[in-house]
Write a protein that binds this ligand. Structure first.
Ligand code: ADP
Ligand code: MG
Length: 286
């Protein structure tokens, strides 16, 4: 009894923290007005400020819009606010001030459950689990058909690889996908994101280098996809910025520039600086 009692004593502070966190979580429950989302064409940030803790804004008064089938690169130094911006885009966080609008409708009014079908995210590190290629693409969406999975693989330039696999879609990918190459893992994650044919694909580009051929395949994939959806990519390589229609430079929580690469190279000190800060250099060695 004494041992039990002391081990209960030892865990009490954690319980207190847990209860406090739960209370905070319930307090912050988000509104869902359940408006149906048919498609997302225009994305608009209207004077968006975001704070993780009170009075410490991490994003400041961001105003911009992204049109249908646009390819937008987001770049800037680490800690500048790129990931936070993406979380706001995905509706995972709500602005402290200002509005995030999809086709003129505030994201807070939309049916939460529908949003992830229309706008999908490919993270920097592939999140694969030990299972088959098919299971990793279906990813707990039992309604997804084999035809959809094949179409997604084709769109992600993964189908040729799948056909070469022993067992095809049934092939086991191994722990965290370690039986696949880096390029295959990334294309598999893209296929997973494409299964329900989203209108907007958001990617955080892996920083670890892919081999030249894989990188080219991923780039071709994104170029093809951009004909049918908007692509927003947190870019860590200069070569990625080359196929973007416009590039947003995010520094210290502000969109300090948002224009074509040519215009930025010409006009924006920030762009050239940011290239250097992000460890990227212009191909011409400026
Ligand atoms: P980036 O993706 O450009 O590196 P982030 O959006 O991750 O930048 O971070 C922007 C700022 O917000 C940083 O100062 C970071 O420390 C802070 N931040 C990020 N995530 C959190 C969090 N969950 N809680 C508190 N602060 C955070
Ligand atoms: Mg980040």
């Amino acid at each position: 009894l004494q041992v039990a009692s002391s081990s209960i004593q030892a865990t009490l502070p954690y319980h207190a923290t847990l209860e406090q966190r739960l209370a905070e979580f319930r307090e912050g429950a988000r509104t869902d007005k359940g408006l149906s989302v048919d498609s997302i064409e225009h994305i608009e940030f209207h004077d968006v400020t975001f704070e993780y803790s009170a009075d410490i804004p991490v994003l400041h008064n961001m105003t911009f819009s992204i049109g249908p089938r646009e390819v937008v690169g987001i770049m800037g130094p680490s800690g500048g606010g790129k990931s936070t911006l993406v979380q706001l885009l995905l509706g995972l966080r709500e602005p402290t001030q200002g509005q995030v609008l999809f086709d003129g409708v505030d994201v807070g009014s939309l049916a939460r459950a529908e949003l992830p079908r229309k706008m999908t995210f490919v993270p920097q590190d592939s999140h694969l689990f030990n299972g088959t290629v098919e299971e990793n693409i279906r990813f707990m969406r039992p309604g997804v058909t084999l035809a959809q999975i094949e179409a997604a693989c084709r769109a992600a330039n993964l189908w040729t690889d799948v056909e070469g696999f022993d067992g095809g879609l049934e092939r086991q990918v191994g722990d965290r996908g370690d039986r696949l190459s880096g390029g295959q893992k990334q294309r598999l994650c893209i296929a997973r994101a494409l299964v329900e044919r989203p209108d907007v694909l958001i990617l955080d580009e892996p920083t670890s280098a892919l081999d030249v051929k894989s990188e080219q395949l991923v780039r071709d994939t994104l170029t093809e996809l951009s004909e049918s959806m908007s692509v927003i990519i947190i870019a860590h390589r200069l070569s990625t910025l080359e196929f973007c229609d416009r590039i947003m430079v995010v520094q210290a929580g502000r969109a300090v520039a948002f224009d074509t690469a040519e215009a930025l190279e010409r006009d924006s000190e920030f762009f050239r600086e940011a290239l250097a800060i992000a460890g990227m250099r212009s191909a011409e060695g400026r």
